[in-house]
Write a protein that binds this ligand. Sequence first.
Ligand code: ZN
Length: 142
Amino acid sequence: MLDLNHPMSKHIFRASGLLDGLLMAGQRMSVSPSPDRAELLGKCLSRLDELRELALAQFPSRAVFIVAAVDELEAGLRALAGLGGGQIIEDRRNGSGDCSVCGTTITHYPKYGLVLCGKCDELFIPAHGKLCGFDGFGTDAI
Ligand SMILES: [Zn+2]
């Protein structure tokens, strides 16, 4: 049970919000044309920087692990943005068809507004999971 009055709660909530935004941006990237991927990546960079700052300021005992995982997440998102040599023109955001990069059937859960390529998203999901876990910001608890 999360203690909302615990002094760390607001920092964990902040990290959770940033990580949610990064997850959604990454998922959207995996089905977008290259120019949109680049734009999404640009929005991710400030969130990644904020995560690093939050780790150093508020999670000192885990900061080394967290900053390494944020670097890994950034590398994964950059790789996702740069797939197809930046020449992807196909738009799969409507949830139909196959991934234009890897050919995997696009995952589409209309109920949750979720559209993504599950295979391409593996570029960043492991690092994202580390950051949500107990050794990261511990947002799994909320
Ligand atoms: Zn794919």
